[in-house]
Design a protein around this ligand. Structure first.
Ligand SMILES: NC(=O)c1ccc[n+]([C@@H]2O[C@H](COP(=O)([O-])OP(=O)(O)OC[C@H]3O[C@@H](n4cnc5c(N)ncnc54)[C@H](O)[C@@H]3O)[C@@H](O)[C@H]2O)c1
Length: 278
């Protein structure tokens, strides 16, 4: 598939680890120069080294996405060194596993400041360069909890993810005339350090049963979707929230798993047969 991505420049936030790193590597494979942002320097430098080994360009740009001034400086540095920014992936995220009664205001602010204000700060910082270049792509990593709820994270996480999905819709309208598309990707449960922090290996294995496809997405599955949305092939797609979740959000009857679903329907057949015999 011709993606038109060769020579483009991307800023991927939180790309020292997990989903962000897979997206950075996926875009780099298509010839995109990657500004690897993270707060963890060792991880960021590790991702940069992997990308360079692949023969693509990369630089580490350390900043907390929650810090508006640092984000502005980071974007200015990328533009000064590489000439501009074509793609922004707002991926950096944090979570906790707390009920509302255990969530201090400071903790609520911490999650919202990274997951939501971080996406605002980065989007605002890259728009001038995208406008100058005649277009761009903003891809926001949402979560199915942005439209529903989370079983593993907490109230601040779900609220932040609903917020970034709202930001996605609003920006797709505002930035459309500048040929900047803005889309969300909502992963299912992806086994990364973040997910591992809120569960156990046994539970992770058991979770596969929730999935119609009987498997959970990998970071690379999310990266494939991001590469597509960043490419020329997705030029007419904006304002969507693409679920890459193995169908986990399809069932509407909470608590009804596949075994129950099939058993109830088989029982119905038996009832029909019994009635016909009478
Ligand atoms: N893992 C899942 O099941 C899952 C599901 C749905 C959505 N998501 C979302 O995907 C994104 C990536 O999550 P992940 O699972 O790869 O987690 P992860 O913890 O492996 O990666 C998150 C990265 O963000 C970085 N980061 C944290 N705070 C930052 C800040 N202030 N500024 C810059 N970087 C910062 C971390 O250092 C880390 O490298 C998050 O937005 C998360 O909410 C994850």
């Amino acid at each position: 598939m011709e993606t038109g991505l060769k020579g483009k420049i991307a800023l991927v936030t939180g790309s020292g680890s997990g989903i962000g790193k897979a997206i950075a590597l996926g875009l780099a494979r298509e010839g995109v120069g990657i500004a690897v942002n993270d707060v963890n320097q060792q991880n960021a430098e590790g991702a940069v080294a992997e990308i360079r080994e692949m023969g693509s360009s990369a630089m580490a740009v350390m900043a907390s996405v929650a810090d508006e001034t640092a984000v502005k400086k980071m974007a200015e540095r990328i533009v000064a060194e590489w000439g501009g920014i074509d793609i922004l992936v707002n991926n950096a995220g944090v979570t906790n596993h707390l009920l509302i009664e255990d969530t201090e205001g400071k903790e609520w602010e911490r999650v919202l400041s990274v997951n939501l204000s971080g996406a605002f700060n980065c989007s605002k910082a890259v728009v001038p360069s995208m406008k100058k270049r005649g277009g761009g792509r903003i891809i926001n990593i949402v979560s199915y909890s942005g439209e529903r709820m989370t079983m593993i994270g907490g109230v601040s996480y779900t609220s932040s993810k609903s917020g970034i999905w709202g930001l996605t819709r609003q920006l797709s309208f505002e930035l459309g005339p500048y040929q900047i598309t803005v889309n969300g990707i909502s992963p299912g449960n992806v086994i990364t350090p973040m997910l591992k922090s809120g569960t156990t290996p046994e539970r992770l294995e058991a979770m596969k049963k929730w999935y119609p496809l009987r498997d959970m997405p990998t970071p690379e599955d999310i990266a494939d979707a991001a590469v597509f949305l960043a490419s020329d092939r997705a030029r007419m797609i904006t304002g969507i929230n693409l679920a890459v979740d193995g169908g986990v959000t399809v069932p509407i009857a909470i608590g009804v798993d596949w075994d129950t679903y099939v058993r109830v329907k088989k029982e119905e057949v038996e009832k029909i047969k019994a009635k016909a015999k009478r």
